[in-house]
Design a protein around this ligand. Structure first.
Ligand code: ZN
Ligand code: ZN
Ligand code: ZN
Length: 96
């Protein structure tokens, strides 16, 4: 099983109390399907089913490796570098 080697980059493992939406979509008047949060800087981006795929674009532009889903019933994290999904902290496992 592949494991993520970037767990020490996670600064924002939690889901914010309130989220307006994808920050980049809000700027350009775009729309999104699901939201992801960069766990390195906390930026909110949209998923790969969204027209603009801002979460992935952000990860590629910044080399921030890990996003998490902030959908209400989803607790998974995704590492772009290792291409692996995993759970972290309260959401299962004992990564730290
Ligand atoms: Zn990783
Ligand atoms: Zn977006
Ligand atoms: Zn980031």
């Amino acid at each position: 099983m592949t494991t993520c080697t970037h767990l020490d980059t996670i600064e924002y493992a939690d889901v914010p109390d309130s989220v307006a939406g994808c920050e980049d979509c809000l700027e350009i008047g775009g729309s999104w399907v699901h939201l992801r949060r960069c766990t390195s800087c906390g930026r909110i981006g949209c998923c790969d089913n969204s027209p603009n795929r801002h979460a992935t674009a952000h990860a590629m532009a910044t080399s921030h490796p890990i996003v998490r889903s902030i959908e209400p019933d989803e607790a998974w994290f995704w590492c772009y570098m290792d291409e692996v999904a995993f759970l972290f902290g309260d959401s299962g496992g004992d990564a730290r």
